[in-house]
Design a binder for this molecule. Structure first.
Ligand code: PLP
Length: 285
Protein backbone atom coordinates (compact mmCIF):
# COMPACT_ATOMS: atom_id res chain seq x y z
CA UNK A 1 0.00 0.00 0.00
CA UNK A 2 0.95 3.58 -0.57
CA UNK A 3 0.12 5.78 2.41
CA UNK A 4 0.12 9.52 2.97
CA UNK A 5 2.13 11.20 5.71
CA UNK A 6 2.71 14.95 6.10
CA UNK A 7 2.80 15.83 2.43
CA UNK A 8 4.36 12.61 1.10
CA UNK A 9 2.92 9.56 -0.61
CA UNK A 10 5.19 6.65 0.38
CA UNK A 11 5.12 2.84 0.67
CA UNK A 12 3.68 1.94 4.10
CA UNK A 13 7.01 0.39 5.16
CA UNK A 14 8.71 3.76 4.69
CA UNK A 15 6.20 5.90 6.61
CA UNK A 16 7.68 7.07 9.90
CA UNK A 17 6.61 9.21 12.85
CA UNK A 18 8.53 10.32 15.93
CA UNK A 19 8.37 8.19 19.10
CA UNK A 20 7.47 11.51 20.79
CA UNK A 21 4.43 12.06 18.61
CA UNK A 22 1.59 13.16 20.91
CA UNK A 23 -0.82 10.85 19.15
CA UNK A 24 1.38 7.95 20.27
CA UNK A 25 2.18 9.20 23.81
CA UNK A 26 -1.13 10.82 24.83
CA UNK A 27 -3.72 9.74 22.22
CA UNK A 28 -3.65 13.48 21.43
CA UNK A 29 -5.10 12.92 17.97
CA UNK A 30 -8.38 12.80 16.10
CA UNK A 31 -9.42 10.55 13.24
CA UNK A 32 -12.06 9.82 10.63
CA UNK A 33 -13.04 6.76 8.62
CA UNK A 34 -14.74 7.33 5.27
CA UNK A 35 -16.27 4.62 3.12
CA UNK A 36 -15.10 4.21 -0.48
CA UNK A 37 -17.48 2.75 -3.04
CA UNK A 38 -16.82 2.34 -6.75
CA UNK A 39 -13.52 4.10 -6.13
CA UNK A 40 -15.33 7.18 -4.81
CA UNK A 41 -15.67 8.75 -1.39
CA UNK A 42 -19.03 8.48 0.34
CA UNK A 43 -20.40 11.22 2.63
CA UNK A 44 -16.97 12.86 2.65
CA UNK A 45 -18.24 16.39 3.34
CA UNK A 46 -19.92 15.20 6.54
CA UNK A 47 -16.78 13.42 7.72
CA UNK A 48 -14.55 16.41 7.01
CA UNK A 49 -17.00 18.74 8.79
CA UNK A 50 -16.88 16.44 11.82
CA UNK A 51 -13.07 16.35 11.64
CA UNK A 52 -13.02 20.15 11.67
CA UNK A 53 -15.34 20.14 14.67
CA UNK A 54 -13.13 17.62 16.55
CA UNK A 55 -10.14 19.87 15.80
CA UNK A 56 -11.96 22.97 17.09
CA UNK A 57 -12.95 21.22 20.32
CA UNK A 58 -9.31 20.23 20.95
CA UNK A 59 -7.63 23.38 19.57
CA UNK A 60 -5.89 21.19 17.02
CA UNK A 61 -4.73 22.83 13.80
CA UNK A 62 -5.78 21.12 10.58
CA UNK A 63 -2.80 21.87 8.32
CA UNK A 64 -4.68 21.51 5.01
CA UNK A 65 -7.94 22.85 3.57
CA UNK A 66 -10.94 20.58 3.08
CA UNK A 67 -10.36 20.73 -0.69
CA UNK A 68 -6.68 19.79 -0.31
CA UNK A 69 -7.66 16.93 1.98
CA UNK A 70 -10.10 15.57 -0.57
CA UNK A 71 -7.40 15.76 -3.26
CA UNK A 72 -5.09 13.70 -1.00
CA UNK A 73 -7.85 11.16 -0.39
CA UNK A 74 -8.61 10.81 -4.09
CA UNK A 75 -4.95 10.43 -5.01
CA UNK A 76 -4.58 7.68 -2.39
CA UNK A 77 -7.65 5.88 -3.76
CA UNK A 78 -6.20 6.13 -7.27
CA UNK A 79 -2.65 4.96 -6.51
CA UNK A 80 -3.94 2.04 -4.45
CA UNK A 81 -6.67 1.27 -7.00
CA UNK A 82 -9.19 1.05 -4.17
CA UNK A 83 -12.69 0.18 -5.37
CA UNK A 84 -14.44 -0.63 -2.09
CA UNK A 85 -13.39 -0.13 1.50
CA UNK A 86 -12.32 2.78 3.63
CA UNK A 87 -9.91 5.63 4.09
CA UNK A 88 -8.48 6.10 7.56
CA UNK A 89 -7.33 9.62 8.38
CA UNK A 90 -5.53 10.65 11.56
CA UNK A 91 -4.33 14.03 12.72
CA UNK A 92 -2.18 14.31 15.84
CA UNK A 93 -0.73 17.35 17.58
CA UNK A 94 2.73 16.31 16.42
CA UNK A 95 5.96 16.14 18.37
CA UNK A 96 8.28 18.52 20.24
CA UNK A 97 10.94 15.83 20.62
CA UNK A 98 10.11 15.20 24.28
CA UNK A 99 7.23 14.13 26.53
CA UNK A 100 5.45 17.20 27.88
CA UNK A 101 1.75 17.41 28.80
CA UNK A 102 1.39 21.08 27.83
CA UNK A 103 0.28 21.79 24.29
CA UNK A 104 3.29 22.62 22.10
CA UNK A 105 3.90 26.01 20.47
CA UNK A 106 1.73 26.82 17.49
CA UNK A 107 4.58 26.30 15.02
CA UNK A 108 4.88 22.57 15.84
CA UNK A 109 3.61 20.69 12.78
CA UNK A 110 0.66 18.35 13.36
CA UNK A 111 1.05 14.82 11.99
CA UNK A 112 -1.45 14.05 9.24
CA UNK A 113 -1.59 10.50 7.96
CA UNK A 114 -3.99 8.61 5.72
CA UNK A 115 -4.18 5.04 4.49
CA UNK A 116 -6.65 2.89 2.58
CA UNK A 117 -8.32 -0.36 3.62
CA UNK A 118 -9.92 -2.69 1.07
CA UNK A 119 -12.97 -4.49 2.43
CA UNK A 120 -16.46 -5.51 1.30
CA UNK A 121 -19.03 -2.85 2.14
CA UNK A 122 -22.10 -3.62 0.00
CA UNK A 123 -21.89 -7.40 -0.08
CA UNK A 124 -20.78 -8.01 3.50
CA UNK A 125 -21.72 -11.28 5.21
CA UNK A 126 -22.53 -9.47 8.48
CA UNK A 127 -25.12 -7.39 6.64
CA UNK A 128 -26.90 -10.60 5.62
CA UNK A 129 -26.59 -12.72 8.76
CA UNK A 130 -26.54 -9.97 11.37
CA UNK A 131 -24.35 -9.83 14.47
CA UNK A 132 -24.61 -10.97 18.08
CA UNK A 133 -23.87 -8.42 20.78
CA UNK A 134 -23.35 -8.44 24.54
CA UNK A 135 -23.88 -5.51 26.86
CA UNK A 136 -20.90 -4.07 28.70
CA UNK A 137 -20.46 -1.01 30.91
CA UNK A 138 -19.50 2.13 28.99
CA UNK A 139 -16.24 3.17 30.67
CA UNK A 140 -15.23 5.79 28.08
CA UNK A 141 -14.52 9.43 28.89
CA UNK A 142 -17.23 12.12 28.83
CA UNK A 143 -16.48 13.68 25.41
CA UNK A 144 -17.52 10.87 23.10
CA UNK A 145 -18.67 13.48 20.57
CA UNK A 146 -14.99 14.15 19.79
CA UNK A 147 -13.56 11.44 17.54
CA UNK A 148 -10.22 10.88 19.26
CA UNK A 149 -7.90 7.89 18.93
CA UNK A 150 -8.22 7.11 22.66
CA UNK A 151 -9.92 3.80 21.86
CA UNK A 152 -8.79 1.43 24.61
CA UNK A 153 -12.30 1.21 26.13
CA UNK A 154 -13.92 0.06 22.84
CA UNK A 155 -11.01 -2.35 22.28
CA UNK A 156 -11.70 -3.88 25.72
CA UNK A 157 -15.44 -4.02 24.94
CA UNK A 158 -14.82 -5.85 21.65
CA UNK A 159 -12.35 -8.20 23.30
CA UNK A 160 -14.94 -8.99 25.99
CA UNK A 161 -17.59 -9.58 23.31
CA UNK A 162 -15.34 -12.03 21.49
CA UNK A 163 -14.54 -13.84 24.77
CA UNK A 164 -18.32 -14.35 25.15
CA UNK A 165 -18.65 -15.74 21.66
CA UNK A 166 -20.35 -12.53 20.41
CA UNK A 167 -19.38 -10.20 17.55
CA UNK A 168 -19.61 -6.84 19.27
CA UNK A 169 -20.73 -4.94 22.35
CA UNK A 170 -23.53 -2.52 23.20
CA UNK A 171 -22.15 0.00 25.70
CA UNK A 172 -24.35 0.72 28.71
CA UNK A 173 -24.46 3.72 31.03
CA UNK A 174 -27.01 3.99 33.87
CA UNK A 175 -29.04 1.17 32.33
CA UNK A 176 -29.28 2.81 28.91
CA UNK A 177 -27.42 1.98 25.70
CA UNK A 178 -25.09 4.73 24.56
CA UNK A 179 -23.63 3.19 21.37
CA UNK A 180 -22.02 0.14 19.86
CA UNK A 181 -18.25 -0.12 20.41
CA UNK A 182 -17.60 1.58 17.04
CA UNK A 183 -21.09 2.35 15.78
CA UNK A 184 -24.37 4.01 16.68
CA UNK A 185 -27.02 1.72 18.21
CA UNK A 186 -30.65 1.49 17.09
CA UNK A 187 -33.78 -0.49 17.90
CA UNK A 188 -37.08 -0.82 16.08
CA UNK A 189 -40.03 -1.02 18.46
CA UNK A 190 -42.85 -3.56 18.07
CA UNK A 191 -44.82 -0.68 16.51
CA UNK A 192 -42.13 -0.18 13.85
CA UNK A 193 -40.62 3.06 15.19
CA UNK A 194 -36.86 3.57 14.88
CA UNK A 195 -35.19 4.62 18.11
CA UNK A 196 -31.64 5.92 18.47
CA UNK A 197 -30.08 8.00 21.21
CA UNK A 198 -30.24 11.80 20.83
CA UNK A 199 -27.08 13.80 20.11
CA UNK A 200 -25.08 14.92 23.14
CA UNK A 201 -21.53 14.55 24.46
CA UNK A 202 -22.50 10.95 25.39
CA UNK A 203 -22.19 9.63 21.83
CA UNK A 204 -20.34 10.17 18.58
CA UNK A 205 -22.47 12.13 16.13
CA UNK A 206 -22.48 9.47 13.43
CA UNK A 207 -22.53 10.63 9.83
CA UNK A 208 -24.40 7.46 8.85
CA UNK A 209 -26.83 7.99 11.75
CA UNK A 210 -27.68 11.46 10.47
CA UNK A 211 -28.22 10.27 6.90
CA UNK A 212 -30.37 7.37 8.06
CA UNK A 213 -32.63 9.73 10.02
CA UNK A 214 -32.98 11.96 6.94
CA UNK A 215 -33.77 8.96 4.75
CA UNK A 216 -36.27 7.63 7.30
CA UNK A 217 -38.03 11.00 7.31
CA UNK A 218 -38.15 11.04 3.50
CA UNK A 219 -39.57 7.50 3.34
CA UNK A 220 -42.13 8.03 6.10
CA UNK A 221 -40.50 5.69 8.60
CA UNK A 222 -41.29 7.00 12.10
CA UNK A 223 -38.34 7.62 14.42
CA UNK A 224 -37.54 8.89 17.90
CA UNK A 225 -34.23 10.24 19.17
CA UNK A 226 -34.07 9.26 22.84
CA UNK A 227 -32.19 6.94 25.19
CA UNK A 228 -33.34 3.30 25.28
CA UNK A 229 -32.69 0.80 28.05
CA UNK A 230 -31.19 -2.67 27.92
CA UNK A 231 -34.64 -4.09 28.76
CA UNK A 232 -36.10 -2.22 25.79
CA UNK A 233 -33.59 -3.91 23.49
CA UNK A 234 -34.55 -7.30 24.98
CA UNK A 235 -38.19 -6.55 24.04
CA UNK A 236 -37.46 -4.82 20.71
CA UNK A 237 -38.76 -6.17 17.42
CA UNK A 238 -35.45 -5.40 15.70
CA UNK A 239 -32.05 -3.86 16.41
CA UNK A 240 -29.11 -2.74 14.32
CA UNK A 241 -25.90 -0.72 14.32
CA UNK A 242 -24.79 1.96 11.88
CA UNK A 243 -21.36 3.21 10.82
CA UNK A 244 -19.54 4.52 7.76
CA UNK A 245 -18.10 1.15 6.73
CA UNK A 246 -20.91 -1.19 7.84
CA UNK A 247 -23.78 1.10 6.73
CA UNK A 248 -26.29 -1.02 8.69
CA UNK A 249 -25.65 -4.39 10.27
CA UNK A 250 -28.65 -6.14 11.87
CA UNK A 251 -28.30 -7.20 15.51
CA UNK A 252 -29.97 -10.60 15.90
CA UNK A 253 -28.99 -11.48 19.47
CA UNK A 254 -28.22 -9.58 22.66
CA UNK A 255 -26.82 -11.17 25.82
CA UNK A 256 -27.71 -14.60 24.43
CA UNK A 257 -31.37 -13.65 23.78
CA UNK A 258 -32.65 -13.60 20.19
CA UNK A 259 -34.06 -10.33 18.83
CA UNK A 260 -36.92 -10.63 16.34
CA UNK A 261 -36.66 -14.41 16.31
CA UNK A 262 -32.91 -14.22 15.74
CA UNK A 263 -33.21 -12.97 12.14
CA UNK A 264 -32.45 -9.56 10.57
CA UNK A 265 -35.56 -7.40 10.84
CA UNK A 266 -37.80 -6.17 8.03
CA UNK A 267 -37.47 -2.45 8.78
CA UNK A 268 -33.71 -2.89 9.32
CA UNK A 269 -33.21 -4.49 5.91
CA UNK A 270 -35.51 -1.98 4.20
CA UNK A 271 -33.54 0.92 5.67
CA UNK A 272 -30.25 -0.70 4.68
CA UNK A 273 -31.52 -1.04 1.11
CA UNK A 274 -32.56 2.61 1.06
CA UNK A 275 -29.10 3.62 2.29
CA UNK A 276 -27.32 1.34 -0.20
CA UNK A 277 -29.35 2.82 -3.06
CA UNK A 278 -28.40 6.35 -1.96
CA UNK A 279 -24.73 5.30 -1.63
CA UNK A 280 -24.60 3.68 -5.08
CA UNK A 281 -26.29 6.69 -6.66
CA UNK A 282 -23.87 9.08 -4.89
CA UNK A 283 -20.81 7.14 -6.06
CA UNK A 284 -21.92 6.82 -9.66
CA UNK A 285 -23.62 3.43 -9.97
N1 PLP B 1 -20.05 5.65 17.40
C1 PLP B 1 -18.75 5.31 17.56
C2 PLP B 1 -18.23 5.15 18.94
C3 PLP B 1 -17.92 5.11 16.44
O1 PLP B 1 -16.63 4.77 16.61
C4 PLP B 1 -18.46 5.30 15.15
C5 PLP B 1 -17.58 5.17 13.97
O2 PLP B 1 -17.64 4.33 13.16
C6 PLP B 1 -19.83 5.60 15.02
C7 PLP B 1 -20.58 5.80 16.17
C8 PLP B 1 -20.49 5.75 13.68
O3 PLP B 1 -20.16 6.96 13.09
P1 PLP B 1 -20.13 7.11 11.50
O4 PLP B 1 -21.50 6.72 11.02
O5 PLP B 1 -19.83 8.52 11.27
O6 PLP B 1 -19.09 6.16 11.01
Amino acid sequence: RTVYINGDFVPESEAKISIFDRGFLFADAVYEVMAVLNGRLLENAGHIARLERSCRELKLRLPVTAAALEAIQNKLIAVNQLREGAIYLQLSRGSTGDREFDFPQAEVEPTLLLFTQARPVIDNVKARTGIRVVTVEDIRWHRRDIKTVGLLAPCLAKEYAHSQGADDAFLVEDGFITEGSSSNAWIVTEQGTLVTRQLSTDILHGITRRSLLALAARHGIPFEERPFSVEEVYRAGEAFISSATSFIWPVVEIDGKPIGGGKPGRVTLALRNIYVEMALAATGN
